[in-house]
Design a protein around this ligand. Structure first.
Ligand code: PLP
Length: 433
């Protein structure tokens, strides 16, 4: 007798069919949970935390975009197209036709994915090609790919530092750096944000074998920049190494998009660079470390997110390859994001807003109050401009803001339109006169 009819006889056909339906599965999970005190307690604990986050006004709602990522998007619940000013799509390449088409080409040729980590059977020629292009772009000896820059940051410190070594980290470094450092056994020192005398004091008193200074190149909440010339001077004086995270710089910051080093005219002075393919460089996914060849060789042996996580899928690798080719061929896009940024910052400052950071497409419009930032962002959306309010705990208490991000793909009209909406809302909420 076929298995279906056996079940039908045993339990009744109706109940069997019902058990195949997802909502009945949900019902049976719910009744199972009612009879399990541990699960009930678990749900209560989680719900209390969620309520706490909501009461604090920091609960994050996710708006659902129904188009591709672009300067003009559609968002669930609204009919009209909306101008997007809150993506890390600095070069506007997330839906670039050349990038998408190359991604499709390599999808056809190399398949959807590797079903393997790199060292078992997950390395294709295109992974090697992208690593080569990344190291060429940065003028480094070699590069290693990760599934994300979060992984690159999580995997580097533990692999290279021992208890004999010391790491000196800016207190406002990205969460992934903080977590990566937590995982390593080195002596951990945190210096005050961009405070070079604090860093020097700590370097002076260290007797560690290796000293590694770690900083974001550009700090993403403030759009401000690490004082790299001074950091490199201190590294030379105290025989330390320098690591920078260039997620908010690679591809668009500095005259030709080489990042913070180039912004300060000091290309090649930093020892280790970590960055992402998930922001300016096509916005898909992926991260990397680039630097000395011995470092990259060791990371392939020891770095856990590299060793124990799947290879980057071919369409994502294709995105990186195409974008690297475009950037090594022309600096037009980085020039454009820089001129759009100047236009926005100048007009907003003239209108009376306080814009944080320096010369960077991350333009925090400082408002102070968390609720004001949230209301402001909602009113901008009703005027067709998508921006997000940031408040505690993402930024310090009393320093709520709207973080605007400018893209090379914005037209000057888009920028002017956003400024006009800011002025309009700013006046109605009495932020400016
Ligand atoms: N480092 C910085 C400074 C970032 O802003 C981010 C992303 O938000 C990351 C690392 C993580 O990058 P990815 O999205 O590639 O994991």
């Amino acid at each position: 007798m076929p298995i279906f009819s056996k079940y039908a006889l045993m339990r009744g056909a109706d109940s069997f069919l019902q058990s195949l339906r997802p909502f009945s599965l949900f019902n049976s999970l719910a009744s199972a949970s009612a009879s399990r005190p541990a699960l009930t307690q678990f749900r209560d604990i989680l719900n209390n935390q969620i309520t706490g986050i909501k009461d604090a006004g920091t609960y994050k709602m996710e708006r659902v975009i129904t188009s591709s990522q672009s300067t003009e998007i559609t968002v669930e619940g609204t009919q009209k197209r909306i101008l997007n000013f809150c993506a890390n799509n600095y070069l506007g390449l997330a839906n670039n036709p050349e990038v998408v088409s190359y991604s499709k080409e390599l999808l056809d040729k190399y398949g959807a994915g590797l079903s393997s980590v790199r060292f078992i059977c997950g390395t294709q020629s295109i992974h090697k090609e992208l690593e080569k292009k990344i190291s060429q772009f940065h003028g480094r000896e070699d590069a290693i790919l990760y599934a994300s820059c979060f992984d690159a940051n999580a995997g580097i410190f533990e692999a290279i530092l021992t208890p004999d070594d010391a790491v000196f980290s800016d207190e406002l470094n990205h969460a992934s750096i903080i977590d990566g450092i937590r995982l390593c056994k080195a002596q951990k020192q945190r210096y005050k944000h961009r405070d070079m005398s604090d860093l020097e004091k700590q370097l002076q008193s260290s007797t560690a074998r290796l000293k590694l200074i770690v900083t974001d190149g550009v700090f993403s909440m403030d759009g401000n920049i690490a004082p790299l010339p001074k950091i490199v001077d201190l590294a030379a004086k105290y025989d330390a190494l320098v690591f920078i995270d260039e997620c908010h710089a690679t591809g668009f910051f500095g005259a030709t998009g080489r990042g913070t080093e180039e912004y300060y005219n000091m290309l090649g002075r930093v020892d280790i660079i970590n960055s992402t393919l998930g922001k300016a460089l096509g916005g898909a996914a992926g991260g990397y470390t680039t630097g000395p060849k011995e470092l990259i060789r060791l990371l392939r042996q020891k770095s856990r997110p590299y060793l124990f996580s799947n290879s980057l899928p071919p369409p994502v690798v294709a995105t990186g390859i195409k974008v690297m080719d475009m950037l090594m061929h022309s600096d037009q896009l980085s020039q454009r994001v820089q001129s759009n940024t100047k236009r926005f910052r100048d007009a907003m400052t003239k209108a009376g807003f306080v814009i944080g950071g320096e010369n960077h497409p991350i333009c925090p419009v400082m408002l102070g109050d968390a609720r004001l930032a949230s209301i402001f962002a909602d009113q901008m959306l009703s005027r067709g401009i998508y921006v997000i309010g940031f408040s505690y705990p993402v930024v310090p208490k009393g320093k709520a803001r709207i973080r605007v991000q400018i893209s090379a793909a914005h037209t000057t009209d888009d920028v002017d339109h956003a400024v006009a909406a800011f002025v309009d809302v700013g006046k109605s909420l009495k932020v400016i006169k």
